[in-house]
Design a protein around this ligand. Structure first.
Ligand SMILES: O=C(O)CCC(=O)C(=O)O
Length: 294
């Protein structure tokens, strides 16, 4: 899906746009299947170790993770893109529908920025006291979770629910129109959050999404997510893309070229090579990985 000229203008003006129906079931299902397998494997290990006593095998995808998480937080260990490095998640990073859309905002030479996550936000009553700032991210700009050098790069966040994401489930809240303002000072305390004295006063938009919708945000767009008061898990991905050649804001983790019209051979299509990049980043650390907050 390409964005229309009007949609691009809206994004450029507001630093925010929800592309409704941008992705198909067939784009998301392989990721869900892979997560189901991963959860099944982790659950069996925890069961064998005596850390959980109910596998909830019959529970649907939206409910099973929360039911397991309530028994052992360890179900979430290693459940992020760079750690489990599945083939389907790699293929999703280079998904044609997604890249068409990113190309309409960023141009034809595109890099997948290494700042990226899968978030499984369990129901709040199964949450206990852990993971609050990862599951319920406080107000921040994504320019605040990278190095200062990334501020000048045109990095766009695409937030992708892999099921419905309603307000009750703790979807994103966004403050549109903060584009020219640039970076706002962030504090470490409370989990990388905008210094309250710099917090814009405008009313946030509750970015409720149906499965298939995606939320696009500029690096300066303040956003947060709220607790999940439903009985389902709120699953999502947050991925960042940018024009090739610009600073990623995270030199210690690997970016890779996802689209190039001038040099198609530079595009990475190999899951194996992508895994090697991450293995090397973890085994031979270099560069910087951290937030800009003070
Ligand atoms: O998914 C969430 O709850 C938070 C995501 C987020 O803060 C981000 O994409 O930067």
């Amino acid at each position: 899906m390409k964005l229309t000229t009007q949609q691009i203008e809206t994004f450029n003006r507001d630093g925010f746009f929800i592309a409704r129906g941008a992705l198909l079931e067939s784009d998301l299902q392989p990721v869900i299947d892979e997560l189901n397998e991963l959860i099944e494997t982790r659950a069996n290990i925890l069961f064998t170790e005596g850390k959980i006593d109910n596998l909830h095998k019959e529970a649907p995808f939206e409910k099973r993770y929360g039911l397991l998480f309530a028994q052992s937080k360890e179900i979430g260990d290693g459940l992020d893109i760079m750690h489990y490095r599945g083939k389907s998640i790699f293929e999703f990073l280079i998904n044609k529908n997604l890249l068409e859309l990113m190309e309409s905002l960023l141009g034809p030479e595109l890099v997948c920025n290494p700042i990226q996550h899968i978030r499984a936000k369990p129901p709040q009553n199964m949450e206990g006291s852990t993971g609050v700032s990862f599951h319920n991210a406080p107000w921040h700009q994504d320019a605040g979770v990278m190095m200062e050098e990334g501020e000048a790069s045109n990095i766009i966040t695409v937030w992708i629910p892999i099921g419905d994401a309603t307000q009750e489930m703790g979807c994103m809240e966004v403050i549109p129109g903060i584009v020219e303002t640039g970076y706002l000072r962030h504090l470490k305390e409370g989990g990388t959050t905008i210094d309250p004295s710099f917090m814009p006063k405008s009313t946030p938009v509750v970015a409720e999404c149906a499965k298939g919708d995606i939320v696009l945000m500029s690096r300066f767009t303040p956003h947060r997510s709220t607790p999940n008061y439903s009985d389902k898990c709120r699953w999502s991905l947050d991925l960042l893309y940018q024009p090739t050649g610009q600073h990623t804001g995270r030199t210690g983790h690997p970016e890779f070229i996802v689209r190039s019209h001038t040099n198609p051979n530079s595009e990475m299509h190999s899951h194996e090579n992508w895994c090697e990049l991450w293995e090397d980043a973890f085994d031979n650390p270099k560069g910087y990985v951290g937030h800009r907050s003070v």
